[in-house]
Design a binder for this molecule. Structure first.
Ligand SMILES: NC(=O)c1ccc[n+]([C@@H]2O[C@H](COP(=O)([O-])OP(=O)(O)OC[C@H]3O[C@@H](n4cnc5c(N)ncnc54)[C@H](O)[C@@H]3O)[C@@H](O)[C@H]2O)c1
Length: 255
């Protein structure tokens, strides 16, 4: 352990699901973690959990699409720790509906959270990484970035765009020793997917598990993915940038 000793990391959407698990594992590996999260209650609880186990964390209850609030959190973190080594763009939302059912308002909200805030957060943090000639930016895309089940067009669009933007940042920031990589998880059993109802459906049990559309024959857990983020943030990852690591139990390797 101690893979992230002396590292300072931001994790967005750290109140539950994948973001919470990444924050806990980063802290366990020795990183000080800034928890950016819209839900003040859950983020305070995660902060308390990390501190109780001897880790360092600071909760920032905010909406990542509020750029003044995001900038203030970055400034506070810099005055606390003096640097930011790792930025994990994890917060994301899915609003369901086909193109015949959804509307521009929901499209814009999904784009604001899943894509625009990735741009703004990177824009706020990258200059400080450039100054130190060190940084790791990790985006959380999805297998929905290159395939679709329908009903989440805005989500699919943002997750695909995040992959393209990850590559673009990797090209631009490589000269400053800033590595930018994406993780594309498959179906994770988190509140996000529970809301959709898929993982508890008959279809999931039959097709994805029973008939092996997911070769590993189970849904994923945040713990199955958080280690990939630890790897990308650690010194074991040093000659890889602009890549997408698919963590989906083999789902996208089958047809
Ligand atoms: N669950 C899956 O199957 C799955 C699959 C692939 C990718 N992902 C991606 O993984 C990431 C985490 O997903 P999850 O399943 O843990 O979701 P989740 O809904 O369980 O957790 C997301 C967290 O982000 C927070 N959040 C949402 N909007 C915010 C905002 N505007 N500002 C600050 N915080 C905000 C939520 O309050 C929540 O705590 C997302 O980017 C998601 O798209 C999830």
């Amino acid at each position: 352990m101690g893979l992230l000793e002396k590292q300072v990391a931001i994790v967005t959407g750290a109140g539950q699901g994948l973001g919470k698990t990444i924050a806990l594992e980063f802290a366990q590996e020795g990183a000080a973690v800034a928890l950016l999260e819209i839900n003040a209650e859950t983020v305070k609880a995660v902060e308390a959990e990390i501190r109780a186990s001897g880790g360092e964390a600071r909760a920032y209850p905010l909406d990542i699409t509020d750029y003044d609030a995001y900038a203030a959190a970055v400034a506070d973190l810099l005055s606390w720790k003096g640097k930011i080594d790792v930025l994990v763009h994890n917060a994301g939302i899915a609003l369901y509906g086909t193109i015949l059912e959804d509307n521009l308002e929901s499209w814009r909200r999904v784009v604001a959270v899943n894509l625009e805030a990735v741009y703004m957060g990177s824009k706020l943090v990258a200059p400080h990484m450039v100054e130190k000639r060190y940084g790791r930016i990790i985006t959380i895309s999805s297998i929905a970035g290159f395939a679709s089940r329908g009903r989440v067009g805005s989500y699919n669009a943002t997750k695909g765009a995040v992959i393209a933007f990850t590559k673009s940042m990797a090209v631009e920031l490589g000269q400053y020793n800033i590595l930018v990589n994406a993780i594309a998880p498959g179906f994770l059993i988190t509140p996000m997917l529970e809301e959709d109802g898929l993982t508890v459906s008959e279809e999931f049990q039959d097709w994805y598990i029973g008939r092996g559309k997911i070769p590993l024959r189970r849904g994923g857990y945040p713990e199955d993915v958080a280690g990939t983020a630890v790897f990308l943030a650690s010194s074991y990852c040093r000659y890889m940038t602009g890549q997408v690591l698919v963590v989906d139990g083999g789902l996208t390797s089958t047809f």
